[in-house]
Write a protein that binds this ligand. Sequence first.
Ligand code: GDP
Ligand code: MG
Length: 442
Amino acid sequence: MFESLSERLERSFKNLKGQGRINELNIADTLKDVRIALLEADVNYEVVNDFTQKVREEAVGQKVLTAVRPSEMMVKIVHDELTRLMGSEATTVNLTGNPAIILMSGLQGSGKTTFSGKLAYYLKKTYKKKPLLVAADVYRPAAIDQLKVLGKQLDTPVYSEEENKNPVEIAEKAVAKAKSEGFDVVIIDTAGRLAIDEQMMNEITAIKKAINPSEILFVVDSMTGQDAVNTAREFNERLDFDGVVLTKLDGDTRGGAALSIRSVVNKPIKFVGTGEKIDALDVFHPSRMADRILGMGDIVSLVEKAQQQIDDKEAARLEQRIAKNQFDFNDFHKQIRQIKRMGNLKDLIGMIPGMGKLVKDIDISDDAFKSIEAIIDSMTPEERSHPSVLNGSRRQRIATGSGTSVEEVNRLIKQFDQARKMMKKVQSMGVPKHKGKTRTNR
Ligand SMILES: Nc1nc2c(ncn2[C@@H]2O[C@H](COP(=O)(O)OP(=O)(O)O)[C@@H](O)[C@H]2O)c(=O)[nH]1
Ligand SMILES: [Mg+2]
């Protein structure tokens, strides 16, 4: 699966080998290669653009981790971005309702009937469910037989009406039967067409309306690449389905569908089919899929560990400085930069002790910290680490240098003092103490 994509991505990281750190310049070639790799894997053009843009932003803003090489850092960044692209979290089927009703949709040959059988097997095994399979593909007699064969193999009943050509009626009767006979899940296999057509869409929409399913799954052949994405878009517009099933991932699919569908239709991939056998079904895990695409799981965990260590070290250092009343404008500035890098300011602001008050009157936008940063930048190193030397003439100089007013400088310094006191107070109120601190107190 995805062999050539994996190979190409791996090769693209080699560009960065031996470089001291990631910057706009040395990352350019790598990004170009990543881009080509994705386009060749038949990933949607816009998705690729968005992807490389995000990777660039992430990479250039990264802290320098001395424990890992830039190429390793890039692997981790691309891995995380791939995961995000595929939806981050695994999501499963909605089994609420008595019975829960799961409706299949998709083109002919996508794997609906096969997947219906697989899903029945999976739900029996994993959730101890009692499913009823429903043959609502009324156009091909062979389709009903195919489902019956699967049902027999699984020891699961199949509801069908050989003479009835009305799939809506069949679906309704099947649900009624499930209710009266104690089946807790109804899986409805429907007819597809070779291409999108109006009749098929009307039919499945009518079934949806009649039985109000708890879950509509769109089944698609991953080998069809960009076509899969387009079909998904059309089905979603008509049906507003709940999730995607990607079949035939065992073949030599290039990966485009797996990587594009989620962000194009904004619906999660829930399952993948990996073979013709009844148990060839996997719950879709975005990060595991990213692992498989990159094939570099060990590097990813290496970088995670290094990041964790840096964060722990920094947190411990900061804690000590607050305790000793040494928290200064350098630390403050570092914090601001960190917050900016993390993105969504509004969510993060409340998480830092004392910080909420400091920015209370400031409009929280991307450049909320602009004047604060300008003021800190205009301080001398001594002023930054010893704010107590900031007398009137220094404040005047800083205001001029930063293009702000003395009032603004005064306000910042006052608020900084308050924040510092607040932090110390918060810390002495039983925030877990770091080992290093206990030692200095002895
Ligand atoms: N290799 C492979 N073949 C599959 C998979 N899912 C379905 N198929 C095959 O694809 C063909 C069409 O499947 P079917 O379930 O009849 O599609 P439907 O027309 O949508 O009901 C059959 O030959 C299946 O055996 C899969 O995950 N991997
Ligand atoms: Mg079928």
